[in-house]
Design a binder for this molecule. Structure first.
Ligand code: ACO
Ligand code: ZN
Length: 282
């Protein structure tokens, strides 16, 4: 019931200011009641504290000494950096990030228990600081082998390949390093599903294209850290699966593969694994 109430609540905050962007919001987010009478909120782009008035933000910016998310920089390539923020060590930041993200996420309830999560915040950095472009969150210990809880690219940065970068980073660079198969938490939004489908399609087609001879779903899963069910539904949607004698068999006709590869287009920004400085959470 609570979930249903949250979904159907009317959008409260109409726009936010964040760094140099003014962004129109998409959905309701349960900000504390004292913020609910404002149409616009002003966020500090570094600590993500939010305020009701521009003058408050200006005053805040004079004394806020953060220039990047409060955590360890675990990846840097060119101007792109990823920070890992522990929700337990940075509770307020984690909560602020959840309030902000909920403005763009429909089918998600807000986690008040940020202690249990790690937040991976992707930034474009320049001489003024590291500007958040998006993030994903991940449970420290997931019983369902989820490798991602929520993913968001802020609207001004969408459709530039950051989503695919975040998926590749979460889903597979981290899971592969942990030696675990993973999958995103359900339900996925329409845009989430499109992005994941795109990512899975590209990864699987690349392997099938190079591979000689038969290959099973289990083998693909071991190679990619993608969960078998996700491989099956992706290959089914590409019509590369046949059902024979009670078993799903991959039928990778080279002509069909080429056609799909062409349609799949470019892979977006690549994760340069050599730039990853990270060990799994203990
Ligand atoms: N219309 C059509 N297709 C789209 C759109 C769109 N508006 N946006 C993304 N896609 C598809 C495309 O196939 C695109 O690949 P292409 O550009 O090669 O065609 C692919 O998704 C990925 O595009 P990216 O640029 O890599 O992704 P982006 O940075 O835009 O981020 C994301 C995708 C994170 C889903 C973003 O749309 C977003 O933040 N949406 C709001 C929050 C959300 O729905 N998150 C997922 C919830 S589910 C979960 O969290 C587990
Ligand atoms: Zn601040």
């Amino acid at each position: 019931l609570r979930e249903h109430e949250e979904f159907t609540k009317v959008k409260n905050i109409a726009t936010i200011e964040l760094g140099r962007y003014e962004i129109e919001t998409w959905y309701f987010s349960p900000f504390p009641p004292e913020y609910n009478d404002s149409l616009k909120l002003y966020f500090c782009e570094f600590c993500l504290n939010f305020m009701k008035r521009k003058e408050q933000l200006q005053r805040h910016m004079r004394k806020c000494d953060l220039k990047h998310p409060p955590g360890d920089e675990i990846y840097r390539s060119g101007t792109l950096s990823m920070f890992e923020v522990d929700g337990k060590k940075n509770k307020v930041y984690g909560q602020n990030l959840c309030y902000l993200a909920k403005l763009f996420l429909d089918h998600k309830t807000l986690y008040y228990d940020v202690d249990l999560f790690l937040f991976y915040v992707l930034c474009e950095c320049d001489d003024r600081g590291c500007h958040m472009v998006g993030y994903f969150s991940k449970e420290k210990h997931s019983e369902e082998s989820y490798n991602l809880a929520c993913i968001l690219t802020l609207p001004p940065y969408q459709r530039k390949g950051y989503g695919k970068f975040l998926i590749a980073f979460s889903a597979y660079e981290l899971s592969k390093k942990e030696g675990k198969v993973g999958t995103p938490e359900r339900p996925l939004s329409d845009l989430g599903l499109l992005s994941y489908r795109g990512y899975w399609t590209r990864v699987l087609l690349d392997i099938l294209k190079k591979h000689k001879g038969n290959i099973s779903i289990k083998e693909l899963s071991d190679m990619t850290a993608i969960k078998a069910e996700d491989i099956l539904t992706t290959l089914q949607s590409l019509e590369l699966i046949q059902y024979r004698k009670g078993q799903h068999v991959i039928c990778a006709d080279p002509k069909v593969l080429d056609r799909h590869l062409k349609a799949a287009g470019r892979g977006g920004l690549d994760v340069d694994v050599s730039k990853l400085i990270w060990t799994p959470y203990k």
